[in-house]
Design a protein around this ligand. Structure first.
Ligand code: B16
Ligand code: MG
Length: 217
């Protein structure tokens, strides 16, 4: 009875949402409307292109395709300024320990993120080499809640979807895992992530016997 794990990146391994926020807020300032942390919640787990659409809806701004492309590039360049300053100290509590536990148990894991910057971010925090594979925003055509990202992850793990455990902080990600017929673990607020099979406030709360329990179920 073999299982594997698929990790989301932003909100599970690192908190890059705060950098996305700064970069999107700068664009909103430039376009002349307010963009708050509450608004930023709507962008979590969502693709870059979709994030811009949501942002423009909030500001009731309409732009040409050309302008949109231009802002997608400048937002990302701004965001990367923060990413280049990241280091291993930004790994979220419990994440490194959890990877150690999985290594000890011989359970393999891959990344399943919407971010096109995922490989760079993992390199910044020195975790790139630990993952068996990386599925990111460059390798999928359909964004979460579509299950594509996790189904490709299962292929990399060489496992059936029902033997994959997904750690996700976003509603769309939990939905994607459920639609993929995987075991979904919500990381964050239980009320928000109520569709997940299991829920923990953060990765430090995962009990030592969690994976042995999941395997025996
Ligand atoms: P990029 P995840 C997601 O990461 C973020 O939560 C989301 O806010 C962002 O728009 C998306 O990646 C795309 O990121 O602009 O770097 O391609 O949670 O799926 O790891
Ligand atoms: Mg996330």
């Amino acid at each position: 009875n073999k299982i594997g794990v698929i990790f989301d990146l932003d909100g599970v391994i690192v908190d890059t949402a705060k950098y996305h926020f700064l970069a999107w807020k700068d664009l909103a300032d430039h376009l002349g409307f307010e963009f708050t942390e509450t608004h930023n919640e709507l962008l979590k787990g969502v693709s870059r292109v979709r994030s811009l659409e949501i942002l423009l809806d909030i500001g009731k701004v309409e732009l040409s395709e050309e302008k949109k492309q231009e802002f997608l590039i400048s937002k990302n360049e701004h965001y990367l300024q923060y990413i280049y300053k990241m280091g291993p100290e930004e790994i979220l509590p419990g994440a490194a320990e959890l990877l150690d536990t999985l290594d000890t148990l011989g359970i393999q894991y891959v990344l399943g993120s919407a971010s096109k910057n995922a490989p760079l971010i993992l390199k910044q925090v020195n975790l790139f080499d630990r993952f068996l594979g990386i599925v990111d925003g460059n390798s999928v055509s359909k964004a979460k809640p579509d299950p594509e990202v996790f189904l490709i992850g299962a292929e990399k793990l060489n496992l059936q979807p029902e033997h994959c455990v997904v750690f996700e902080d976003a509603i769309a990600g939990v939905e994607a895992a459920n639609r993929a017929n995987m075991i979904s673990v919500g990381v964050g607020d239980k009320k928000t992530l109520h569709e997940s099979n299991f829920n923990f406030n953060n990765l430090t709360e995962i009990p030592d016997n969690f994976f042995t329990e999941v395997i025996s179920e």
